[in-house]
Design a protein around this ligand. Structure first.
Ligand code: CA2
Length: 144
């Protein structure tokens, strides 16, 4: 099974700013954690991050027939991007939405999520553990 993990804008700053909200670990730590956990589960993980909405859309489109599922934290585009929702719908792969912080207990504008209209699950407020849970969900449900 091949899984594409996509992280959106500003997540390249993980561990460098706002540690009270996003923790002290770096994006590279997250990517290593998920890759290693994927190996234990017998799946391969490709990790991508971009600050650009169109690039995120391109990668979701590219996933069609190359990957079996998508783990995505669209970051701020969660709350604004119909383009990312449309790309997920168009590609039709199983997808889980992850947020490091609990978007339901922060500002009002973070409560709305476009990708949640498509994603099978939204996991928020569990930090890196949320990505592990999302990965395990996809592997348990879709690994052949
Ligand atoms: O909690 C999450 O994972 C978010 O997707 C993170 C986004 C935010 O816009 C969403 O509402 C919730 C922001 C990502 C910013 O990442 C940073 C990481 C370290 C330092 C500064 C920003």
């Amino acid at each position: 099974m091949r899984i594409l993990m996509i992280n959106g804008p500003n997540l390249n700053l993980l561990g460098l700013r706002e540690p009270d909200i996003y923790g002290t670990q770096r994006l590279q730590d997250l990517e290593e954690l998920i890759t290693t956990h994927g190996e234990k589960l017998g799946v391969s993980i490709k990790c991508l991050q971009s600050n650009h909405e169109g690039e995120l859309v391109d990668w979701i489109q590219m996933a069609f027939d190359k990957y079996d599922a998508i783990l995505i934290n669209p970051a701020a585009y969660t709350h604004t991007s119909i383009a990312i929702l449309d790309a997920l719908k168009a590609v039709g792969l199983p997808a889980v939405e992850i947020h490091l912080s609990d978007i339901n207990t922060r500002e009002e504008f973070r409560k709305w999520s476009y990708p949640s209209l498509y994603c099978e699950k939204t996991i928020a407020g569990k930090g890196f553990q949320g990505y592990i849970e999302g990965l395990e969900y996809l592997v348990e449900k879709y690994s052949k």
